[in-house]
Design a protein around this ligand. Structure first.
Ligand code: XMP
Length: 506
């Protein structure tokens, strides 16, 4: 169990644990102590966080969690919190340590976490406060270059603190240290297998919806909602109706391609053309969060209307995945974006929500696909956000601008396919900017639209890096977009990573 104190790396801790095929879940720091103990975690990791453990309103844990009964590993803020709660001395350091830093393991004091590792390693630090005095019974086993405590252990290793971030790639031996904590201290076993998960998920859905409830699913054409609906169809069969709401923000020919694929998957899909409704609801709206909220709300409204038309359903199935839940601020951190299938939901909904993929990361969802006989070419489709082109057409949403974006996007993607690069890229797309620029074509001054190209590499969409596309490809795409798409006068390339940017622009 990971208790989140607001660190940007919290999800990464969960991913790392799952890489060892050990199930992990993130809960907010203020989860009630009874709930924590009732779920009988094999071990607890206290994440980092932006606050100071000594400030009176700092996020905290119940002290009974730190009696050594359940193994606890505190990382950064988590370590300072343990020290502070157990009578140690935590204070703002003189300098703070940020980025790659050397630590040395103190000879003679070896925690199982570092046994067999070199005496000195590079780690990732990001802290201002430091532990100056240890709680009684604690032993320091690591020190940073500045001499401050980088790791301590107590209760025979059942309580450990690390000042650095073992979950971050730049920490040498980070995986080894986490693995020792997880397997040697907590005694976990590698049993989080996706095949087993699927069995449990099918059982869970079956229990949840019983033998007579009906389910309606909003399909988006993306991997998440497809995997979710095929999974539920295995249990619900004819009791599942899928609704494909065409919000008018689809890419070129997407509707017909996706409907063909669904018929091959034997899903009963009702196609609703709501493009006019969406466009009129979004008239004049330019703020990203407002766009997302309006789209989310209208989606749910249309689903509900459809459910009534189809004779009523008790459950609304959604392909919500873990990063959606985290980024919508439902776990502990800041709201980054309201993902339309999480943040846009009204408080009072007539249908109950069924979200079987809620605990999976994207790559895990992709790996579940083949187990449900979903064809590879479908699973390899680049992710596409629920609100579609509405969050890629910056500024006002008008049919004309959306058509420009569709044409440009079509050229970009078909050239990427032609170059044989589609499958090796996580996601590529065009964005239409709300900025016009001056150009010259055939000796005539033009004042045209600007298209941005974006192609990113990612593992789970939590972080991303820009893809270094071949220059010839970028040139060809630029030439084609400016030549073939009316009103476009300029093409630019977005090479920003996530962070600091997000993948989508809105
Ligand atoms: P960001 O832009 O947050 O996107 O870096 C991360 C990944 O999520 C996709 N995305 C969405 N998917 N509903 C979705 O189903 C949404 O509202 C949404 N917004 C972003 C995005 O395309 C990227 O793959």
């Amino acid at each position: 169990m990971i208790l989140d104190f607001g660190s940007q790396y919290t999800q990464l801790i969960a991913r790392r644990v799952r890489e060892f095929e050990v199930y992990s879940e993130i809960l907010p720091w203020n989860t009630h102590i009874d709930r924590i103990k009732e779920s009988r975690p094999k071990g607890i990791i206290l994440s980092g966080g932006p606050r100071s453990a000594t400030s009176p309103d700092a996020p905290t844990v119940d002290i009974s969690l730190l009696d050594g009964a359940i193994p606890v590993l505190g990382i950064c803020y988590g370590m300072q919190l343990i020290a502070h709660k157990l009578g140690g001395w935590v204070e703002k350091g003189r300098l703070g340590e940020y980025g790659r830093t050397k630590i040395s393991f103190d000879p003679g004091n070896i925690s199982c976490i570092n046994s067999g590792l070199p005496d000195e390693i590079d780690v990732w630090m990001s802290h201002w406060d430091e532990v100056r005095g240890l709680p009684e019974g604690a032993e320091r086993f690591a020190s940073s270059e500045s001499g401050s405590c980088a790791g301590f252990t107590m209760f025979d290793g059942r309580l450990q603190g690390l000042q650095f971030h073992p979950e971050v790639e730049s920490t040498e031996y980070g995986r080894e240290m986490l693995s020792r904590y997880i397997f040697e201290v907590c005694g976990c076993e590698s049993n989080w297998k996706l095949g087993d998960w699927l069995g449990r998920a099918l059982e869970g859905v079956s229990k949840t919806i019983g033998e007579s409830d009906t389910v309606i699913c909003g399909l988006s054409g993306g991997v998440d909602s497809t995997v979710a609906s095929v999974l539920v169809s295995r249990v619900a069969g004819e009791r599942l109706d899928c609704v494909f709401v065409d919000h008018g923000f689809m890419r070129r020919n997407e509707m017909s391609q996706v409907l063909d694929m669904y018929s091959a998957l034997n899903l009963r899909v009702h196609h609703v053309d709501a493009s006019e409704r969406f466009l009129s609801a979004l008239k004049g709206v330019t703020k990203p969060e407002r766009k997302r909220k309006i789209i989310g709300k209208l989606f749910v409204q249309i689903f509900e209307e459809e459910a009534v038309r189809l004779g009523g359903a008790q459950w609304l199935l959604q392909g919500t995945i873990y990063p959606d839940v985290i980024e919508s601020g439902l776990v502990g951190g800041d709201v980054i974006k309201s993902h339309h299938n999480v943040g846009g939901l009204p408080k009072k909904m007539k249908m109950k929500l069924l979200e079987p993929l809620r605990e999976l990361f994207k790559d895990e969802v992709r790996r579940i696909g083949p187990l449900l006989d979903i064809p590879d070419h479908f699973l390899k489709r680049h992710p596409f956000p629920g609100p579609g082109l509405a969050v890629r057409c910056l500024g006002t949403l008008e049919k004309k601008r959306l058509d420009i974006l569709r044409s440009a996007d079509d050229i970009f993607i078909s050239e990427i396919r032609e170059a044989g690069l589609y499958d090796s890229i996580w996601q590529a797309f065009c964005v239409l900017l709300p900025a016009k620029s001056v150009g010259v074509a055939g000796d005539v001054r033009t004042y045209g639209e600007t298209v941005a190209l974006r192609a990113v590499e990612s593992l789970d969409a939590m972080t991303a890096e820009s893809v270094r596309l071949p220059w010839e490809l970028i040139e060809r795409v630029t030439k084609r977009i400016c030549g073939e798409v009316p009103h476009v006068g300029r093409v630019v390339m977005d090479v920003t990573g996530k962070p600091p940017a997000t993948i989508e622009w809105e």
